[in-house]
Design a protein around this ligand. Structure first.
Ligand code: ADP
Ligand code: ADP
Length: 228
């Protein structure tokens, strides 16, 4: 589904953030990129939806080079969840979730129905929450909205960059459970960045361990744990 072939990224200042990596993420897989700060995880993620350009190599999605996709199609079909909670403060929860569906010109009724379904999925009562503003929600609740916003227009791929790292441990545990449950329902391809091995083991089908821009190990949680 997503395939990296000898991909490198050098930033303008000469930093090699990603150094000739190749790997494939399978359809429906929960794929976790892990490594210390500065190892190239975020750079790897951002190249997948062309938030930043590659310096070398090729990325394929469904066998087609991402450089050949229409950029809007690509972005709309890849959900993206940020580390920082990034809801628009002046918009209601419903309006925040509806951004991509609006761009896709879904009708009002369809959007309303979808927002109801999404809030239900993460245990937020739709009638209580849809008309609230983000500052009327706790951090954990806001990040739940951030997660379902990325799912709103039913993308096949969802990228998540340390989505739970800003949360307190209890909210984080809850959201990890939610995301496991969610993945069982939606069966989408998820690429998830973290530096927390416990989180990776809990969530991943496969873990890709990075260091200094390279892939050090790639395997199931069991395989990673068995390696000395
Ligand atoms: P991680 O997500 O694993 O923390 P990043 O992909 O953010 O790693 O960063 C990898 C390396 O690239 C780091 O050395 C970082 O400082 C550097 N880097 C990231 N973004 C930029 C940028 N815009 N310009 C220059 N260097 C960058
Ligand atoms: P993350 O924690 O998600 O890896 P960072 O805190 O490393 O993100 O980076 C935040 C922003 O600063 C990003 O847009 C990244 O591209 C940029 N950045 C990171 N490192 C550098 C750097 N060495 N030089 C310039 N920009 C950087």
């Amino acid at each position: 589904m997503i395939s990296f072939k000898d991909v490198s990224k050098r930033y303008k200042d000469g930093t090699t953030a990603v150094d000739s990596i190749s790997f494939t993420v399978n359809k429906g897989e929960f794929f976790v990129l892990i490594g210390p700060s500065g190892s190239g995880k975020t750079t790897t993620l951002k190249m997948m939806n062309r938030l930043i350009p590659l310096s070398d190599g090729t990325i394929f999605i469904d066998g087609e080079k991402i450089s050949e996709y229409n950029i809007h199609e690509l972005r709309w079909n890849i959900g993206y969840v940020l580390q920082q909670i990034a809801l628009f403060p002046h918009m209601t929860i419903e309006e925040n979730i509806a951004i991509v569906p609006e761009l896709k010109q879904w009708g009002k009724a369809k959007i309303h129905e979808r927002v109801t379904e999404l809030l239900d999925m993460v245990g937020l009562d739709p009638e209580t929450y849809r008309n609230r503003k983000p500052n009327e929600l706790s951090g954990g609740e806001q990040q739940r909205v951030g997660v379902v916003r990325a799912l709103a227009a039913d993308p096949e791929i969802i990228l998540m960059d340390e989505p739970f790292s800003a949360l307190d441990p209890i909210s984080r545990d809850k959201l990890q459970e939610d995301i496991i449950h969610l993945q069982k329902m939606i069966k989408k391809t998820i690429v998830f960045v973290t530096h927390d091995m416990n989180e990776a083991i809990k969530l991943a089908d496969r873990i890709c361990l990075m260091n200094q821009g390279k892939i050090i190990q790639l395997g199931t949680p069991d395989e990673i744990l068995k390696t000395p």
